[in-house]
Design a protein. Structure first.
Length: 157
């Protein structure tokens, strides 16, 4: 029979007793405890290995997350840049089309001046429907057309 805690005897008492049954009981109990300790050490080693594997997975996941975050930030910056360029290009193209439409049918210098003055009356920023960017566009197109008339690209009257 194995030594258990319910008995009042301690190991010291069993060892002092010195009879073969008591010593055998102590030996069996110590062997059982050694097996438990060995099993517990094995379990702890397994759990430590398992923990290390989980930690490596987490570290790899965090590294991948950081890399994805940097990649996403680069893509966002590229997208914002491309968006700004496209917006500028499309707005510039739209304004150029609009400028061509505003001065359509002008085929002499006096007609150009009259159309320019009329457009400024309509779109001047001090007016209720005024637009500063539109005035800049009108001025730019007026200067371009005026230079065309002066250089002889268009008929001058």
């Amino acid at each position: 029979m194995l030594y258990n805690e319910e008995k009042e005897l301690s190991f010291d008492d069993l060892l002092k007793k010195g009879d073969p049954d008591s010593l055998k009981e102590c030996k069996e109990w110590l062997e059982a405890e050694e097996r438990k300790i060995s099993a517990e050490k094995g379990r702890l080693a397994y759990e430590e290995t398992f923990f290390e594997k989980k930690m490596d997975i987490l570290k790899g996941g965090f590294a991948q997350l950081e890399a994805d975050k940097k990649k996403l930030e680069r893509e966002r910056i590229a997208f914002e840049t491309e968006k700004a360029v496209n917006k500028e290009y499309h707005s510039q193209a739209a304004y150029e089309d609009l400028a061509g439409t505003l001065f359509a049918g002008v085929n002499n210098y006096l007609g150009l001046k009259k159309r320019y003055k009329d457009l400024l009356k309509i779109f001047h920023p001090d007016n209720m429907c005024g637009d500063h960017e539109m005035v800049i566009l009108i001025n730019r197109e007026y200067d371009r057309l005026k230079n065309d008339f002066e250089m002889g690209f268009r008929s001058v009257n």
